[in-house]
Write a protein that binds this ligand. Sequence first.
Ligand code: GDD
Ligand code: MN
Length: 869
Amino acid sequence: MQFSLIIPTLNEASNINPLLNSLFALDCLGDQFEVIIVDDGSTDGTPEKVKSWEATHNVRLIERHAEPDLTASILEGVAAARHPVIAVMDADLSHPSDRLAALVQPIVDGSHDVVVGSRYIPGGGTENWPFYREWLSRAGGLLARAICDVNDATSGFFAFRRALATHIPNNARGYKILLELLMAGQGQLRVKEIPICFRDRTRGTSKLSFSHNLIFLQRLIALAGGTVSIRTASRFAVVGFLGVFVDVLIYQWMISQGSGLALAHISSFIAAATFNYTLNSKWSFRLHHPGHLRWSQFIRFLTVGLFALLLRGGVLAWLVYGWGVGSEWAIFPAIIAAAGVNYLGSAFYVFPKADPPVPLHIRWRTAAIGIVGFVILLRLVYMGVAQLIPDEAYYWQYTQHMDLSFFDHPPMVAWLIWLGTTLAGQNEFGVRIGAFVCGLVAMGYLYALACNLYDKSTGMRSVLLLAVLPFGFATGLAMTPDAPLIAAWVATLYYMERTLLAGQTGRAWIGMGIAFGLGILSKYTLGLLGIAALIFALLDPLARRWLSRPHPYLAALLALVLFSPVIIWNMENNWASFLFQTDRIGGPQPVFSTHKLILYIAIVLTPVGLAAALLALRTLVSDPSQASRKRLFIGVFTGVPLLFFIAVSTFDAPRFHWNSPLWLALIPTMAWMLGQNNTHPKVAHALRAAWQPTLILLLLAYAFVLHYVALGIPGLPYRFLSEHYFWKETTAEVEKIALDIEHQTGQSPIIVGMSKWSIASALAFYQRSDPPLEIRSRNLFGVPAAMYDFWHPSATPSTRPILMIGMKRRTLELDQADGNIGHMLQEPTEIGARTIYRQDGVPLRTLYYRTASGYLGHTAATPVTPSQE
Ligand code: GDD
Ligand code: MN
């Protein structure tokens, strides 16, 4: 075979003879290859050893005298090579020379451009490597895989067409020339990986040092589109350090003057950020961006600053409110978190690398990693500080009455909350941790699904969309049945694609059974995927064959077994939840609501998302460049649930979030289109342009809302929807009123939440009284109230005082739309109102209440009509 083998050396004297002996002993290579040894000024006699081979064998020595560098050495070897096929290997016998023929062959026969000897594919491996080296290598490989799709992009054993070397940028340095080669190919290369076993050297020492790792990291960031050098990073650190002083001084001063946490940390942040930006743009990043301040750049800077600020508020609140850390100490970790966001934002977004341009799909990957990371951090930080919304409190209330299932929902949400609060305590974090984990699971399965349907770049963009689109962001944070539903829905889709489209047997079917079973334990809508699967199997001849095999039936059986708790509960409770669900759909008079459905879709997806979804559906119908089975799969799994919701909307009003999961099947296509910058019409182009601001604005909105509810925003009072929120402080006030009543009457009152289930649940979660308050819901007055009908069925008369709690004044009127409650109360008082304040004196909301000296019992005379919460 004709090829040039390049072997870089630095003090490898003891390895030269064994290496060259083994190479020239190989029959399979023939004698047409040349060996070029590039030595970087070894002092142990390596060059002399090599020279002794030059006379008798096709071996050449190149001696460099510049600063030693592996990449530069290899490039010099390439320049001197006689053959158009190049192979590179280490001198220390780590690489198996008997794999050389397999390495070179695909280049010689023209079928591939690059062949990699890979440790990290089946059949490959490492031997005798110390644990930390293995770990380091794997960590580096993982980072590299974010931007490069080769399993072992840091391998030192590879072959390529010589012409490719001209694309390697001049500033490439260090050990990872293969990564440079692959990235310079911009995804156009035909790459093959062959398994090799890497053996640690037995003679001499490794030259890989800590600084090589730093260089690797730096090159990786540059290849991903960031500006990072030791110089900018250290300057940034110096500026940041000075900024901390500005920040902390102003913060501490304001706290000492009695201002609230939010005002203090926001003011000091703005001062420090102005200070930092001035120094960073004039000094730290100046080399990379000479010239004066540009507005677009300044706006980007402000955006990054805002993200950092809103995140740091969460860290602060978490430490101060959640852990009781003094606010004077909590500011330091908060500053560190903000600095991390600021630095990465500066390097990748404010001052990105301009030259050479980074390809679009790599930019999207970097954006996806950054944004998804930020979303996860944001959830983690705020999850435990933001108070529960009433819905979450209601599902928590389920866990106080644990059961196999519940009247208005299947049990998964309750089981997850039970698990979370058992592990992490009866607090917001414990309630929400299940939703957080479900969010991660959904991301993982969506990534895998999109990789299978399209490619890795699309996979990463899909996760980005899921993380930022309203329904995706919310379900990974708020603990409602939709959290496990979304996760199970994607998982089911993933397994259905594996079985029905990719034709996998065995494990994938088991996975499908489990995902489906857990899915209907979360919410019954998941059943729509079963119908979609059946329709797909009927339409697709390849998938149809499964119908005559046992797999689908066994998977269905598995799902049924998982679902059995719901069936058992219903058998014991007169099929209550099934009746409730069918009731819900077939309301008394049909109301046409399709326009509402469209509005709701625009809410869960945003209008830009809705437009993207429509466009994606159109491509599925008409784009022949995508495989037709794949298009059918996505079309059916989106179309069937969509048509179902449209059909229902013609006679019944949907809740706004019901349609959410159906978009999961379409997100990969939407994400795929996001990265296509050719051949598509103007609309598609405009849409791609609209995505960037949409994603940023959404993310800012989430961070803003979380900061607002947890710490407040100075100058912005609480008004919007706040009567539904802040139950922690409100409950404390209710407990005070209850105590007053007890002092006056000698009896503790029965508390009645005057809503279907919101108020009673929120009060139950936040009450701290000992013994606990006795809390009822509005069903005391004969109005249906979901699970409260089971927990506290209509009560008998009582002489204990009654304390009714309302979010709005009108819910306490004696004569209500549902009927008159006045005659069920003994001596009702007038409606009282109290303003609820936060600890620091900020007004939060108003609490309405009314008392009575006794409850006369609920008279069935009042008409009972179901009412929506
Ligand atoms: N010319 C030249 N100049 N050669 C060098 C230099 C240099 O500055 N530094 C190292 N070498 C040579 C060594 O003499 C050896 O032949 C080869 O490059 C690999 O160096 P090692 O010091 O043995 O590296 P390693 O075993 O730690 O790293 C190997 O595995 C890494 C993957 O984890 C190499 O194959 C790396 O390329 C690979 O990334
Ligand atoms: Mn080595």
